[in-house]
Design a protein around this ligand. Sequence first.
Ligand code: ZN
Length: 446
Amino acid sequence: MTKKIRAFTIGSIILIIICACCALTVVNGKSIDVVESANMEANTSDSITVNWKKVKNAEGYRIYIKNEETNEYELFKELEGEDTISYDFEELGGGTVYDIEVTAFKHFNKKLYESENAQSLTVYTLPARVEQKAASPKEGILSVKWDEIANAKGYEVEYSKDNEFKDKSTEEITDSKTTAFKLEDLTPKDVYYSRVRAYIEIDGNKVYGEWSDTAETAIKEKFVMGADIDPKKPIVALSFDDGPGYPSGGNASTTAQILDVLEEYGARATFFMCGSRVDNSNVECLKREIELGCELGNHTYDHQHYGKKVTPNDISKCSDRIKEKSGQAPTIFRCPGGMITNAIKDQCKKEGMPLAYWSVDTEDWKSKNPDKIYDIVNKQVYDGAIILMHDIYPTTVEAVKKIVPKLIEDGYQIVGVTEMLAVKNGGEKPTPGEQYIDYKTINNNT
Ligand code: ZN
């Protein structure tokens, strides 16, 4: 009996040990450690590198990304190998934020086992780099503009008189749609350096993208005709007839839109206006033209008369209206249709105005095709040309957006008619009552 019991006991002990071993093996087979220390190791504006601690006996790892709509973590990537403990997310957009989880996995008895209780990790790309355009469009102004950065929460602008920004001022812009910054009343000729970067917010903290290039801008002085023009380099005069345009459908007037382009590129033009069109809705354009160094021109009061029918009153009434509204009388005349008479010349002489014809006719009123208008200017432009357009067509605005940067790229300085004639003629202003076709051609019989 005793022997039996003993035999049973030994058997039981052996059995228990075997069972315990089995149980232990089963537990080991199914369980896999949690992935620890998942971490965003590096990030740029288009990539994120994540790493984590190796998990013993893992066959690999799985990365889950939270679907922001469903709040569920969805499998994004399965990585093979115990030692694969890093992953690069690439070709992402700037300022992209993800919540991720990393798990380890292995198989046991053909079944997949995965570590549980993964810690959520927030990872993100930096906002894209800003490209700024800094300029001093008029006296005492520094204007900094840039394109909106995707996913940005806001921007930081730094400006300084020192190119290393040791003594700097900072402006925080907390609205991603505001992509411009302006300083006024600066001392002319002072040089300012500026740079801009975008930021996103992660858990209430600002995360900045890379700084833009540093721009160097000399602050403009009060406009003096020809002061910033190099007479040895090509010059072209832009001229716009029949305006000013009116604001419409919530949009700024076509004239204001053309001024935006001129301002952006530091270019100027002459605006030959009809006095009857100048009213409270567009008089700001005239004031802006004066500030930007553009020239106010006379194109008769209401464009009703051509050639012989133009009366001195058509001309003087226009001048009076422009002066009354803008504070400055027009300094040059262009006749509707370009046909002139002695009566017209005499009235212009009386008012101290030369006459301007043109040498490059864009026919913008006829084609209303920005590409055609651009092509004509591109093919026909020359040093000392007067280009004719009309600032009342949206298609002309589109053309101007291409023409101005292209002329500048080709080395032209863009100014108004009187300024071009003066610079090309040793500083001598054009003669009142004479009609200029281009920088050297006078023709009083058109
Ligand atoms: Zn006209």
